[in-house]
Structures are given as structure tokens and as C-alpha cells.
Design a protein. Structure first.
Length: 132
């Protein structure tokens, strides 16, 4: 089953739990209000349980991102293909470390990095979708 579509059942999903220290930087990242770390952790656990219940293998990212609350959005730093991950380059300067973090986490899960988007280009996974 290919992964280059957005309608097939999920088989393996990469997630990153919220880090209490990172959530303290919410203002710098443009969040509208302060997050509740305990609630964020509980919601993340419930989300992982739903993914598991749906039959997906949940890959939990463990590389630290202590100053980046947006690192919980794992769809943004890499575009997944059938051949592996294409590391992207986020527009927000504070998120530029996320592709390297994703590379470590994905590599530990057996997902190869097949390409990296370089400077000055900017792109995030949320900016893209598969057409074919």
C-alpha cells in the first residue's frame, strides 16, 4: 500500500509528545493563549490511543526540541514519499531545527531521508498535498 496519498488507512504514524519546557515558548511562536501542559499531554495520549485502536503503529519522536512548541506538528518538517522522507525547511525561523530532529526520529523508525530542501527555499508539509 503506497503512502503517497491522503486517503489510505494509516499504517505507521510519527508523533511528538508536547514538551512542558517547549510549551513555555508559546508567545514567541504566535500561539493565542498559554497551553495547559497536563491537558496537552492527556490529549496527546488519547490521540495516540485512537491511532493504535485504528491499527496504526505509533512512532513516538524522542529527540528533544526544548524551545519549540510547534515541534508537535510532525506533518510540517518532512514530506513523506514511498521512498522515504524529504526534509523541508520551515518558514518560521524558530522551527528550522525540526527537520534535523525529524531525521533522527524517522531514521530510528527505519525511514530513510531521500532529499533535503535547502536554503533559500521554504516549505512545510502543511503547505502541500499529493495530487496523484
Amino acid at each position: 500500500m503506497p503512502i503517497q496519498d491522503q486517503i489510505s488507512p494509516l499504517r505507521k504514524v510519527y508523533v511528538r509528545p508536547p514538551e512542558t519546557e517547549a510549551l513555555q515558548s508559546w508567545r514567541e511562536y504566535g500561539w493565542r493563549s498559554a497551553p495547559d501542559p497536563a491537558r496537552a499531554a492527556a490529549e496527546h495520549e488519547a490521540f495516540r490511543a485512537l491511532l493504535t485502536e485504528a491499527g496504526a503503529e505509533v512512532v513516538i519522536g524522542t529527540s528533544a526540541a526544548p524551545d519549540d512548541p510547534d515541534a508537535i506538528y510532525t506533518y510540517d518538517p518532512a514530506l513523506m514519499t514511498d521512498a522515504g522522507a524529504i526534509l523541508l525547511r520551515p518558514g518560521k525561523a524558530g522551527r528550522r531545527g525540526e527537520p534535523a530532529i525529524a531525521a533522527v526520529d524517522l531514521g530510528a523508525a527505519g525511514v530513510p531521508v531521500i532529499a533535503t530542501l535547502g536554503e533559500p527555499a521554504l516549505a512545510e508539509g502543511g503547505d502541500m498535498c499529493w495530487l496523484d
